[in-house]
Design a protein around this ligand. Structure first.
Ligand SMILES: Nc1ncnc2c1ncn2[C@@H]1O[C@H](COP(=O)(O)OP(=O)(O)OP(=O)(O)O)[C@@H](O)[C@H]1O
Length: 303
């Protein structure tokens, strides 16, 4: 069941459209990614969902409510971690949690939340003295303190080291496992690929694609890469390029290693062809291209 519905969303600044007819729905319980190049309109889109910006046209519903007119009700069920969040530098972790709990009629148990986010041993630390990872944990805690049904995380792991980023991913999975729907705005393909059930790719204010990570990868031409070193040269090297789904074939002049870009069907056909020719494929590798490649295929480069 959809908990967020966005239809025909338009938003312009100074007459320049930055969100230009975006449609998507987010199902309850999923991790929904919003991916796109800088300035694509991702933050504007999620801020319309949060009720922080008023759309010029289109409809936005969160659990059936309009964030623009039912702002108070939406704030009670939607928690947000904003891009570039800051807090008063002298505020301690404990004070921040207390202050934010006071905004909600049925806040989460602060102590349990602090423990779950690994903040229990930092309760008396001032915000200014926290590391980047600790600050991000605190922002997740503050986004969750109102016991929301939906949490929107905008570029949550930007600036974190790889370990802190992975820890944060685990936290996001735990949040979802606790029944909260997560909307994740990110620039990191690995993050989107690892965490998201579905991803909306936004480019120049429009929805360029909406699919599962595997579905997006499958859309890029030559998404399966097959490489091997044949035990003897193929009698007709051109045969590989004619296999179903093959997009390109290249041979390393040094060791004769062959690389074929194609689909899963191409991989099957390469193996059957080699078996028929009684050629052994040594160091056979079949790899999927990454979401990075799919992203570059789906988003236009500026002229
Ligand atoms: N309040 C504003 N007034 C004028 N222009 C704005 C305003 N907010 C955003 N913009 C412009 O709208 C465009 C979309 O911005 P937005 O922040 O939604 O993009 P984004 O996809 O989140 O980008 P990034 O990945 O860089 O955060 C950008 O060109 C930005 O400069």
């Amino acid at each position: 069941m959809a908990i967020i519905e966005v239809h025909g969303l338009h938003k312009a600044y100074g007459g320049r459209p930055v969100v230009d007819g975006v449609d998507f729905t987010v199902d309850e319980g999923e991790i929904f990614g919003i991916l796109g190049p800088n300035g694509a309109g991702k933050t504007t889109t999620v801020e319309c969902v949060e009720g922080l910006r008023i759309p010029d046209a289109g409809t936005v519903r969160v659990a059936g409510l309009d964030p623009a007119t039912d702002r108070h009700e939406v704030t009670q069920l939607l928690g947000a971690q904003l891009q570039e969040s800051e807090l008063q530098p002298k505020l301690t972790v404990r004070e921040a949690l207390e202050l934010y709990s006071a905004f909600y009629p049925r806040p989460a148990d602060r102590h349990a939340l602090a423990e779950r986010l690994g903040l229990d041993s930092h309760l008396d630390r001032r915000f200014a003295t926290l590391s980047g990872g600790q600050k991000q944990r605190l922002f997740i805690a503050l986004a969750l303190i109102g016991n929301p049904r939906v949490v929107v995380l905008d570029e949550l792991t930007t600036g974190l080291d790889p370990r802190a980023r992975r820890d944060t991913w685990q936290l996001i999975e735990e949040v979802r496992d606790g029944g909260v729907t997560v909307v994740l705005v990110t620039h990191f393909m690995e993050e989107a690929q690892r965490l998201c059930d579905r991803i909306a790719v936004i480019d120049k204010g429009r929805l360029a694609a909406l699919d599962t990570p595997a579905g997006l990868i499958g859309r890029s031409a030559g998404s399966t890469v097959i490489s091997f070193t044949p035990s003897k040269p193929l009698p007709d090297p051109g045969e590989l390029a004619r296999l179903p789904g093959a997009v390109s074939v290249s041979t390393d002049g040094h060791d004769g290693r062959i690389t074929v870009h194609g689909t899963d069907a191409t991989a099957d056909a390469v193996i059957s062809l080699l078996a028929g020719l009684r050629i052994t494929a040594s160091r056979l590798r079949v790899l999927e291209t990454s979401l990075d490649d799919a992203f570059l295929d789906l988003t236009e480069q500026d002229a």
